[in-house]
Each structure stands twice: as structure tokens, then as C-alpha cells.
Design a protein around this ligand. Structure first.
Ligand SMILES: Cc1ncc(COP(=O)(O)O)c(C=O)c1O
Length: 366
């Protein structure tokens, strides 16, 4: 039986050629032309001045928090429904994690709840553009301005998306990206920070490299890390960025086919898109009606050769956090998380695959 995987990267451009170039020139470590090319191309694509490539998005988030001087006695707001990396990085930066529930339509931070959770210790908000859909940036930026908060966008899942015509990743003081193998474009593992602030960019660069002064080698001016990207990762990233428009177009076509075919499947609500959002088709997300057991449906889909993924769990369900919170504080996050799943989404999915997937879903639900 043919198995349709939840995700598969496609490496059909210049990836191999650039990787061979890294090997031929022996520039395989964290210096080399592809790193600067990747940083320039990503910055230019977003119309932003500075880009700092990192080993992954998790380390990018850590650097962004540290560059903003976030630490002990500070509070940072983070959505309760997100892949856990931003929450973990807030904790590892020494700050207090302030989880906030999401809005049931955008699946992003609910601005009304953000405002309610602000205290004199609140210093920053990490805004996650969840599963390809923008967070409501006008409201969030207005709150940040009102309370003098820093904004970090976590755009791991939504590269190429827009909010009211402005590109995601260009709103915050800093924005972070992931190029893990299941993302819209990949470098295997990899991440990046974008910012228009030269001083923050320099701090990120130095912290990325053991806190070493950019002016004087082996002179350490801050407690830093090794969060560098390699030239080989960047080589793959450059090749993928060359094709990003093509990939986004393909994914949009897939999304349209999925939405058309899912429109008459009873018991299923595909995630909705606000008209101010120009979404990215990362992982197609559906929510099942309450009578279904989501995990049971995923198991049944597997018998049809369709690999689905359960939605991430609420952050407060992490073993090291759950004693401090209760489900009743995050009703939307808990409800959406438990009833939602992702259907296969990658550049390789064809119309015929989508017919098979939706047909299997219909059978599993009936
Ligand atoms: C919203 C979000 N933030 C951060 C990350 C972490 O990315 P990485 O695996 O590149 O560290 C992910 C990964 O899936 C993510 O979805």
C-alpha cells in the first residue's frame, strides 16, 4: 500500500550543486560564502536590513531574548498553544513564562487576554504566527506600544505569509525562523533572526559566537553560545530560497484543492483564515466535531496509508509546567489542541493524493 507521509522535503533545485561546492572547497563549517549569501537573500526577501543565521529556530529565539536583555525578574508572554520552543527559551533565559490563551479562529494570541496578563514585570511578547496564519498584528503592536513591550515574532511556520499586505517577520523588534526539514523551506536544521535594529543584530551575532567581540577575535565581551549555522546548511537554504515563490504557489494550489474537497465532509472544520491574512500552506489543519476521538481517527487514517499528525499539546501540559496551571485557564487551547490534526502537506502531494486523503477521512468519520 502506498503511504502518504505527513511531510517530505523536496530538494530538486541547486541543493546538491551547492553542497558539492562546500565539499570541493572544504568550506563545511560555520564560515563560508553560503552563510553570507543566505543571510543576505533572506533579509532581502523580507526587505529587512539584518539577518543572523543560526543553528535552528530554538537557538534563534534564545538569542533574540538574550539580545533584548530579558532575564530574571522579567515576564514574557507566550501563547499556550504553540510548539514548545518559545516557551522553553523564555524559561531558559531565566524569565518568567506568562502563558496566554489563543483566539479560536486565528489560533494565535488573543489580544484581549494579552492585555489582561500584563504586569509591571512584563517585558516582551513572543508572537507565534501559527500554522501559516498571521497573528493579529495591529492589536498586538498597539498593546506593545502602550505598555512599552518588546515583540519577537516566531515565524517558524509561516515564512512568506502576510498580514494586511505586510510580510510576516517584519513587525517585531526581532523575528525568528525555522528551516527544519518539515518547514516550507529547509536547510536540514537551521534558523535565522531578522531585525532592522543594527545594535540588536550585532548583539545576536556576538552571542551566537561565544560572545566574541566582532572587532577583536577571542576577546569575549558577553556570556555567549555556539548557535552558528554551517556553510552546508546555508548552501541548502540558499537553494531553497531560490525556489520559495514557486513553493508557495504550489502550496497555495494544494490548499485550494484541499479546501474545495473538504467543504462537504461532515464533522470536519478546516481552519479558517481571516481576510486580513494572506496565509501560507504549511500543514493543513482541521478540527473534528466533539463526538470524534481525534487519536482514533489518526490511527484509522494510518490503515488507509495516510499519515496524519495530532496537533501540538498546550504548553502548560509539559510535565515540568503542569503543576502551575490548570486547563480551565486555557479553554480554547485545550479544546482546539485535543480535537485537531494535520493532514499530509508537502510539495510532493498531488491532486490525486488529496482525493485519497479526503476519501479516507470521510470513511474514517462515517
Ligand atoms: C512555532 C515554532 N517555533 C519554534 C520552532 C523550533 O524550530 P527549530 O526546530 O528550528 O528549533 C518550531 C518548530 O517546529 C515551531 O513550530
Amino acid at each position: 500500500m502506498k503511504v502518504i507521509p505527513i511531510y517530505e522535503p523536496t530538494l530538486v533545485g541547486n541543493e546538491k550543486k551547492y553542497l558539492i561546492d562546500c565539499i570541493d572547497t572544504v568550506w563545511i563549517s560555520s564560515q563560508g560564502k553560503y552563510i553570507t549569501d543566505f543571510e543576505r537573500a533572506l533579509a532581502d526577501y523580507h526587505g529587512v536590513q539584518h539577518c543572523i543565521a543560526t543553528s535552528n529556530c530554538t537557538t534563534a529565539l534564545h538569542l533574540a531574548l538574550k539580545a533584548l536583555g530579558i532575564g530574571e525578574n522579567d515576564e514574557v508572554i507566550c501563547p499556550d498553544l504553540t510548539f514548545i520552543a518559545p516557551a522553553n527559551m523564555i524559561l531558559l533565559s531565566g524569565a518568567k513564562l506568562k502563558l496566554v490563551d489563543i483566539d479560536k479562529e486565528t489560533l494565535a494570541l488573543d489580544p484581549v487576554l494579552i492585555e489582561k496578563s500584563i504586569t509591571p514585570q512584563t517585558k516582551a511578547i513572543i508572537v507565534v504566527h501559527q500554522f501559516g496564519h498571521s497573528a493579529p498584528m495591529d492589536e498586538i503592536m498597539a498593546i506593545a506600544e502602550k505598555y512599552n513591550l518588546k515583540v519577537i515574532e516566531d515565524n517558524a511556520e509561516s515564512i512568506g505569509g502576510y498580514y494586511k499586505g505586510k510580510m510576516l517577520g517584519t513587525f517585531g523588534d526581532l523575528s525568528c525562523f525555522s528551516f527544519f526539514g518539515n518547514k516550507v523551506i529547509t536547510s536540514g536544521e537551521g534558523g535565522a533572526i531578522l531585525t532592522n535594529n543594527a545594535s540588536l543584530a550585532l548583539t545576536c551575532k556576538e552571542l551566537r559566537d561565544h560572545g566574541m567581540s566582532s572587532e577583536k577575535k577571542y576577546h569575549h565581551i558577553a556570556l555567549g553560545y555556539n548557535y552558528r549555522m554551517t556553510n552546508m546548511q546555508a548552501a541548502v537554504g540558499v537553494a531553497q530560497l531560490e525556489k520559495i515563490e514557486e513553493i508557495l504557489k504550489l502550496r497555495k494550489e494544494q490548499m485550494d484543492i484541499y479546501y474545495e474537497m473538504l467543504s462537504d465532509v461532515p464533522g470536519v472544520t478546516p481552519r479558517s483564515f481571516k481576510d486580513w491574512c494572506s496565509p501560507v500552506h504549511w500543514l493543513l489543519t482541521i478540527t473534528l466535531d466533539k463526538q470524534y476521538d481525534r487519536n482514533d481517527i489518526i490511527a484509522k487514517m494510518k490503515t488507509f496509508g495516510v499519515e496524519c499528525r495530532p496537533m501540538i499539546n498546550p504548553v502548560h501540559h509539559a510535565v515540568y509546567l503542569r503543576d502551575g496551571y490548570s486547563d480551565s485557564e486555557f479553554p480554547v487551547s485545550v479544546d482546539i489542541s485535543s480535537r485537531s490534526l494535520h493532514l499530509p502537506s508537502s510539495n510532493k502531494i498531488t491532486r490525486n493524493d488529496i482525493v485519497i486523503i479526503v476519501d479516507a477521512l470521510r470513511k474514517c468519520l462515517s
